[in-house]
Design a protein around this ligand. Structure first.
Ligand code: GDP
Length: 550
């Protein structure tokens, strides 16, 4: 049945949207939300499925597998339509376990990797970094980790596929420490790898978990838990693995810093777990620890000061807009991260950008099953709203005193392309389309500042963003456009503005463009050219890979 508690709307507290402080505190304290950052194939889908095993998914549309298959489908437009439906439903999975409500924010990967992947992290309170034990850190993980760091999110590491040939655990941990400058605390430590992966040692509890494979890995694996020091361990664990474990535990105790919760919460220490999602080894341990160490929905900074999650008025911000590709249902869904108070379907809120009052209706088709429609929401939750054209990315919604949250940053684009309108009679529609798609955050738009060319430069994080824009320009604005890729791959905002640019004179190996707010951005062919400029002309000041709206 319905798991969200039904709350009577008391008249006496109308000014506080009818919510009692006790209720808010209780609801917030049982919530945890997180997003998984990983490279394609590391096992995100598999891990998600296994996590859902531990709690009935409350809001889940379609099996996770079905989503995955759809994603693998080729991206002709019929398929893309399907894919879009899939993306909407997979924006957030909510499940209950151990008396907690967990929201897993879906970070689109594979072909639908794009700016939305980054934006999702703007709605998350915790990150789970999923790593393939055989491969170590990979490019997409690196990019996403930059955002995790910028947002100072607590970052939990799950090292997956230990049942396959794996790098040495110490080497894996070392990669994270050296490359990310992120201290680690291995909560558990693997016993063997590949065919010989048989369990983990749980450090805080000083016990060994020995796994037994279940058929198909559909159920929780059965686990034998044995205190460290128990004689039976020597008979269970082959002697070479036992000796190695003993040595490595000693080394960890000497080398690794203590389990410091404050550092975990501030994102300065990553709790590390080893396991095999496919075999369901180590997943439950991970989940338990995550529930214990992960942070509850956090305080958000606004222009009127900090807003605690149990602040009685509803507030939230739009982190993602999803447009329906189907010409017959040209609706848009705005995904809102609730920051405080209580959301109820149909409630009236105001938009900070223009002061307008909007009734929050639910999207018609957000989730496949009726039972999964979100009727109420609290801090940490994601709600989908169906008010076409009312919202922009980064919009603040509020009840009570007018306030705004800082916008969502423009994340560093890596693909650039002029978009040309070959048909002058379509000029107006072309401009309208570009402006609206920009407002929705479908793509970033830059303009050349040094070449005199006036065509907009589309800037994106993933190729699919270009395809979507081109498709929608045609379908919704009737403009056939031409894309001309430009060979840059790195964008840097000049923090010191045009004044800083003037001091350095002519620049080589980069193009000067301006963003939608007219601020200078430099485009480079590669990172090396960025370092070169910084060392040749340090007077240019800071070059930032992303920028907040002014
Ligand atoms: P995603 O792209 O990150 O969502 O990765 P998937 O969950 O689809 O996994 C990619 C492939 O790795 C699939 O063939 C999975 O069956 C496999 N896989 C995932 N987890 C494990 C694991 O723990 N062990 C092994 N051996 N294979 C795994």
């Amino acid at each position: 049945g319905e798991k969200t508690s039904s709350v009577s709307t008391s008249n006496s507290e109308d000014d506080l949207d009818g919510v009692s402080p006790e209720l808010l505190t209780r609801e917030v304290s049982r919530r945890r939300n997180f997003a998984i950052i990983s490279h394609p194939d590391a096992g995100k889908t598999t891990l998600t499925e296994k996590l859902l095993l531990y709690g009935g998914a409350i809001h889940e549309a379609g099996a996770v597998k079905a989503r995955k298959n759809a994603r693998h489908a080729t991206s002709d437009w019929m398929e893309l339509e399907k894919q879009r439906g899939i993306s909407i439903t997979s924006t957030a999975l909510v499940f209950e376990t151990h008396g907690r409500q967990i929201t897993l924010l879906d970070t689109p990967g594979h072909q639908d990797f794009g700016e939305d992947t980054y934006r999702t992290l703007a709605a998350a309170d915790n990150a789970v970094m999923l790593i393939d034990a055989g491969k170590g850190l990979e490019p997409q993980t690196r990019k996403l980790f930059e955002v995790v760091r910028m947002r100072k999110l607590p970052c939990f590491t799950f090292i997956n596929k230990m049942d396959r040939p794996a790098l040495e655990p110490l080497e894996l941990v070392d990669q994270i420490e050296k490359e990310f400058g992120l201290a680690t605390y291995p909560v558990n430590w693997p016993i063997g790898s590949g065919d010989r992966f048989m369990g983990v040692y749980h450090r805080p509890r000083n016990e060994v978990h020995v796994f037994t494979k279940e058929k198909h890995g559909t159920k929780a694996a059965s686990t034998q838990i044995i205190p460290w020091g128990d004689d039976c361990l020597k008979s269970l664990i082959p002697s070479d693995l036992f000796a190695q474990l003993q040595e490595e535990i000693e080394m960890l105790d000497e080398l690794s810093p203590p389990l410091d919760m404050e550092k975990i919460h501030s994102g300065d220490l990553s709790a590390v777990f080893f396991g095999s999602a496919m075999n369901n080894f180590g997943v439950e341990l991970f989940l338990e620890s995550f529930l214990e160490y992960g942070i509850t929905p956090k305080t958000h900074e606004s222009d009127l000061g900090e807003v605690d999650p149990d602040y009685p008025h509803f507030t939230g911000f739009v982190f993602k807009l999803q447009a329906n590709m189907d010409p017959k249902h040209r609706d848009k869904v705005a995904f809102v991260r609730v920051c405080s108070g209580r959301f109820t379907r149909g409630m009236k809120v105001q938009l900070a950008r223009n002061g307008k009052t909007i009734a929050l209706t639910r999207p018609q088709k957000m989730f496949a099953q009726d039972r999964s429609t979100m009727e109420t929401g609290y801090a940490g939750d994601v709600i989908g709203l169906n008010n076409p054209n009312a919202f922009c990315i980064g919009d603040t919604l509020f009840c009570g005193p007018r306030r705004s949250y800082p916008g969502i940053p423009s994340f560093s684009p890596e693909l650039f392309s002029y978009m040309r309108n070959p048909n002058p009679s379509k000029y107006k529609q072309f401009l309208k389309g570009i402006t609206e798609l920009l407002g929705e955050g479908a793509v970033q738009v830059l303009y050349s500042a040094d070449s005199g060319r006036t065509d907009p430069i589309l800037a994106a994080v993933g190729q699919l963003q270009f395809e979507v824009v081109q498709y929608r320009m045609q379908a919704e604005y009737g403009v056939e456009t031409i894309l001309e890729p430009i060979g840059y791959s790195v964008a840097r905002w000049v923090t010191g503005g045009w004044a800083a640019l003037e001091t350095v004179g002519k620049l080589y190996n980069c193009a000067t463009v301006k963003d939608q707010w007219g601020r200078p951005v430099l485009l480079f062919r590669n990172e090396w050219n960025v370092s070169q400029l910084l060392s040749d002309k340090p007077e240019i000041g800071e070059l930032a890979p992303y920028a907040l709206p002014p």
